[in-house]
Design a binder for this molecule. Structure first.
Ligand SMILES: *[C@@H]1O[C@H](CO)[C@@H](O)[C@H](O)[C@H]1NC(C)=O
Ligand SMILES: *[C@@H]1O[C@H](CO)[C@@H](O)[C@H](O)[C@H]1NC(C)=O
Ligand SMILES: *[C@@H]1O[C@H](CO)[C@@H](O)[C@H](O)[C@H]1NC(C)=O
Ligand SMILES: *[C@@H]1O[C@H](CO)[C@@H](O)[C@H](O)[C@H]1NC(C)=O
Ligand SMILES: *[C@@H]1O[C@H](CO)[C@@H](O)[C@H](O)[C@H]1NC(C)=O
Ligand SMILES: *[C@@H]1O[C@H](CO)[C@@H](O)[C@H](O)[C@H]1NC(C)=O
Ligand SMILES: *[C@@H]1O[C@H](CO)[C@@H](O)[C@H](O)[C@H]1NC(C)=O
Ligand SMILES: *[C@@H]1O[C@H](CO)[C@@H](O)[C@H](O)[C@H]1NC(C)=O
Ligand SMILES: *[C@@H]1O[C@H](CO)[C@@H](O)[C@H](O)[C@H]1NC(C)=O
Ligand SMILES: *[C@@H]1O[C@H](CO)[C@@H](O)[C@H](O)[C@H]1NC(C)=O
Ligand SMILES: *[C@@H]1O[C@H](CO)[C@@H](O)[C@H](O)[C@H]1NC(C)=O
Ligand SMILES: *[C@@H]1O[C@H](CO)[C@@H](O)[C@H](O)[C@H]1NC(C)=O
Length: 812
């Protein structure tokens, strides 16, 4: 013990000296960094910073504990910045550099290699010039490299292959030229590679097949040549592949059909020849297949019928021959079929009439023969047809010409029609077996003027039959305890209501939908308030006549009926019934006295009533409704358009989820891809690039709505500053609705803080990291306790990190 004393004190001395040295070097380091910041001229005291204050507190900078800079994120575009004035060698601890401001110019200096800890480099959308220096390969920790949308030239340096941690690489929209380096194949963790819109030449390297985590590959709009390497088939995690507008030759390798996760494939505008691989049907996830403007020949493979998720099939401007395969009729999700400009022959298969979603059909400039098939007249949802320049024959219904224009039929020598621009029909051009419904026309051809009103009779008939079928289908789908009214022969309605409502009552109550009863106009129609003879007040959502002819409105209307009829929950707006009438369609809901949450939050007169307790209850109600839809329904139902506009409030200020026009039933398979639906400002960010609908999309929108409820306005600014992670010091009280006094009651404070932290968790950019609605409901109901911190000290960043909460038990 005694003998160890001196050595202990020696060690203490050494330790003390060392710490002083470290402190001194840290001090000089921060001084050096500060000097370099000031020298860069990137910050000016009028716009971004108060230059006399501590630079670690500048808005766009984060330092580590030792005061050395780790993050720089500049989104401000008011200061002109030059890249070369930033002295890279002064920032050894920088991990994150994001200048996305439109104003950065100059070239990337080789000294960028000094940023040895950098893992995120984002200089997109600036005015960078010059080449990408080979020294970029020294940034071994880079995970994200985005230099897109600049004026960079020269080749991609092969040293890029050293960046083995890269997950995201985008150099798109520059003027890069030269070959694509083989070494890109070394980036084994790469998930997204975008080099589109450059001037790259030469072949696509076969080493891309080594990228077994790649999901996005955008090489379009370059001058790549050579053929598609068969090795690409081993990159079988690919979901998006866009190689269009290049000079790619050769055949489509059959190995491409190993990419079974693909849902987007565009090879359009290349020089591909040969046949479409017969095994194309293996790509069962595909929803967009575009091979137009190539030199493909041979038949359309029958296996295409296996691509059951296909929504768009575009094979125009090739040399395809043979028939339109009847298997196309199996593509129940197809909405666009473009086979224009090929050599396809045979007749138009009647199976096309079995596709319920088809709205766009272009088969012009082919060698098709036979008559215009009857089924087309039944496809009232179709919005575009072009049959021109084929060998079709027979009589065209005048209705078609009116609807799709004469241009859609010209160039068919055998087509005829009376007084509509096509040749007059003569006995020889009348089809051998004309559609029975039009048989009588031959006999009365000369009395066409009289026939016009008569002609509409079969049409009317067809419409009524279509409505009947629709009605029958809905009836099958719904489990109503319902009655059917068919008064006056043309009203079809189903009521789910204590006491019957007649169509006439509705018309009377609204004076035939007079504008004075209109209380709002929503996504798919107008909402009216109607007081029935019984005294009961209901809300009617009506599609306008012109809209009800639109296929999308029509579908959303059916969708809403279908979804709502399955739901029973106290926080979901109650559907009493609906009506399908040839003149108008409407839904009948329980009336919500206080209108939409959106309006309630913005109406200053109502804010005092919308106190913190009411707001927390509204949040709870929405959470319960969504939890029910996601977790208590089989299959789960995703609303897809949660926004403050679609939450309604009753007289007690309870929340009800409404507007199911875009809702989607989620099946367990992976076919839940979609076009983006929803309201701007509420849509989960991943939907923009994955287009996969999951319950987590609703969770995100819920997060936005919760913040909106707490803030009294849309949280757009807060969301942007959260995503750029610049401002760590935003206080909760500064974002809460300033029109209300801060909550004082301890339990109310607790509820507000909890709701805020839930919102932030729901807004996580990674969908998997967001809580489920079930979890959200549980946490809200359990009123998770918070550490007793004064509310004005709580920061948003703390809430994001969940620091406010007692881990297990906490006695306050
Ligand atoms: C900004 O800096 C300039 C020169 O560095 C100085 O003259 C000016 O007073 C400063 N303005 C403010 C608002 O600090
Ligand atoms: C800049 O910061 C210093 C120190 O924090 C402060 O004294 C000064 O008032 C600030 N100047 C401006 C213009 O905000
Ligand atoms: C900065 O960006 C805003 C919004 O994008 C734009 O209105 C403004 O003109 C830009 N300013 C400069 C100097 O480019
Ligand atoms: C960058 O900083 C280092 C270290 O302070 C210094 O030696 C060098 O001259 C600086 N470079 C430029 C171009 O200012
Ligand atoms: C980009 O740089 C070019 C040339 O250096 C210049 O002419 C142009 O004005 C710059 N554009 C912007 C938006 O700063
Ligand atoms: C591809 O393009 C490169 C560069 O333009 C050229 O040298 C090469 O011959 C082309 N290869 C083919 C197969 O056309
Ligand atoms: C496919 O590529 C062609 C040619 O580049 C382009 O015009 C088309 O828009 C692309 N399709 C999609 C859906 O992006
Ligand atoms: C299409 O699917 C069926 C049944 O799953 C299968 O038998 C057939 O071989 C598939 N065809 C192609 C071309 O993939
Ligand atoms: C489409 O193909 C036709 C004939 O094959 C050709 O005349 C036409 O120019 C092509 N269109 C385009 C835009 O390439
Ligand atoms: C379609 O064209 C092929 C040759 O491409 C021919 O053998 C076949 O008979 C044609 N079919 C019809 C119905 O014209
Ligand atoms: C298409 O039809 C035209 C006119 O009948 C005929 O000359 C041509 O050979 C046909 N082409 C094919 C590939 O069937
Ligand atoms: C139909 O297709 C033909 C040939 O492809 C084209 O010239 C015409 O403009 C198209 N008509 C319409 C209405 O799009």
């Amino acid at each position: 013990m005694v003998s160890s004393l001196p050595s202990t004190s020696k060690m203490l001395f050494v330790w003390a000296t060392l710490s002083i040295l470290v402190a001194v070097s840290e001090l000089s380091r921060t001084k050096l960094e500060r000097e370099a910041l000031l020298q860069s001229g990137w910050w000016s005291n009028t716009t971004t910073a108060n230059l006399t204050s501590d630079h670690c507190k500048w808005k766009s900078i984060i330092c580590n504990k030792a005061g050395s800079i780790t993050w720089i994120t500049l989104h401000n575009n008011e200061t002109k910045r030059e890249l070369h004035r930033f002295n890279f060698s002064c920032f050894p601890n920088l991990e994150h550099l994001n200048v996305w401001s439109d104003t950065l110019s100059g070239s990337i200096p080789p000294t960028i290699a000094a940023l040895s800890k950098l893992n995120y480099l984002h200089l997109s959308g600036n005015n960078l010039t010059g080449i990408i220096p080979k020294e970029i390969g020294s940034l071994r920790n880079l995970v994200t490299l985005d230099l897109s949308v600049n004026n960079l030239v020269g080749p991609i340096p092969s040293t890029i292959g050293h960046l083995r941690s890269l997950i995201y690489l985008s150099l798109e929209f520059n003027n890069l030229n030269g070959l694509l380096p083989q070494e890109i194949g070394n980036l084994k963790d790469l998930s997204s590679l975008s080099l589109r819109n450059n001037k790259l030449v030469g072949p696509i390297p076969s080493t891309l097949g080594h990228l077994t985590k790649l999901s996005i590959l955008f090489l379009d709009s370059n001058q790549l040549n050579g053929s598609i390497p068969p090795e690409i088939g081993t990159a079988n995690t690919l979901q998006f592949m866009e190689l269009s507008s290049n000079k790619i030759q050769g055949t489509i390798p059959h190995e491409l059909t190993q990419l079974t996760q693909l849902f987007f494939l565009n090879l359009s505008s290349n020089l591909l020849f040969g046949q479409i691989p017969t095994a194309i049907g293996r790509l069962y996830n595909l929803d967009h297949l575009e091979l137009s403007y190539n030199k493909l020949s041979g038949p359309i493979p029958t296996g295409i019928g296996n691509c059951s998720n296909l929504e768009k099939l575009i094979l125009s401007n090739n040399s395809l021959s043979g028939n339109i395969p009847v298997e196309i009729g199996q593509l129940q999700n197809l909405n666009l079929l473009d086979l224009r400009h090929n050599f396809i022959n045979g007749t138009i298969p009647s199976q096309l009439g079995e596709i319920p979603s088809l709205t766009y059909l272009d088969i012009s400039r082919n060698n098709l023969s036979g008559n215009i098939p009857n089924f087309l007249s039944g496809m009232s949802w179709m919005s575009f047809i072009n049959l021109s320049y084929n060998h079709l024959e027979g009589e065209v219904e005048r209705y078609f010409i009116n609807r799709y224009s004469l241009e859609a039929f010209i160039g068919n020598k055998g087509l005829c029609c009376e007084f509509c621009g096509l040749p007059h029909c003569t006995v020889t051009t009348v089809p051998a077996t004309p559609p029975p419904i039009f048989n009588y026309k031959k006999k009365h051809r000369k009395t066409h003027i009289l026939l016009v009103p008569v002609l509409t009779v079969p049409l009317l008939f067809a419409i009524i039959i279509a409505i009947l079928c629709l009605f029958k289908r809905m009836k099958r789908d719904t489990k109503f305890n319902s009655t059917t009214t068919t008064k006056s022969g043309d009203v079809f309605s189903i009521w789910n209501f204590d006491g019957r409502i007649a169509y006439e009552d509705i018309i009377e109550a609204t004076e035939d939908f007079d504008i004075k009863y209109c209380i709002g106009t929503g996504g798919y129609g107008s909402v009216y308030k109607a007081q029935l003879p019984s005294g009961k007040v209901v809300a009617l959502k009506k599609l306008h006549r012109s809209e009800s002819e639109e296929p999308t409105f029509n579908r959303s209307f059916q969708n809403e009926i279908c979804v709502l009829s399955k739901l029973r929950h106290r926080n979901i707006v109650k559907l009493y019934g609906f009506c399908i009438h040839k003149k108008c369609m409407f839904l009948i809901y329980k009336y919500m006295e206080r209108g939409s949450l959106f309006c309630a939050l913005r109406n200053n007169g109502e804010t005092s009533e919308l106190n913190w307790t009411n707001r927390v209850n509204i949040i709870k109600g929405i959470a319960h409704a969504l939890s029910y839809m996601h977790h208590n329904c089989t299959p789960s139902i995703v609303h897809r358009d949660i926004s403050s506009n679609n939450i309604l409030l009753n007289s007690e200020l309870e929340a009800f989820v409404a507007d199911f026009g875009t809702a989607r039933l989620l099946n367990d398979d992976s076919s839940n891809r979609t076009i983006v639906a929803g309201t701007y400002g509420y849509i989960a960010p991943e939907l923009a690039y994955t287009m996969v609908v999951t319950t987590k999309c609703d969770v995100y929108s819920f997060g936005v709505v919760v913040l909106e409820v707490l803030m009294g306005r849309h949280p757009q600014e807060l969301l942007s500053s959260l995503s750029s992670s610049t401002d760590q010091n935003i206080k909760l009280i500064d974002v809460l609705d300033q029109r209300l006094l801060l909550p004082v009651d301890h339990t109310v404070v607790q509820d507000v803080v909890l709701a805020s932290s839930i919102a932030l968790a729901c807004l996580h950019s990674e969908p998997k990291a967001r809580p489920t609605m079930k979890r959200v409901s549980q946490v809200i109901d359990a009123r998770r306790k918070i550490v007793p911190t004064p509310i004005h000290e709580i920061t948003v960043a703390q809430l994001q990190r969940q620091e406010m909460f007692c881990v297990d038990d906490c006695d306050n």
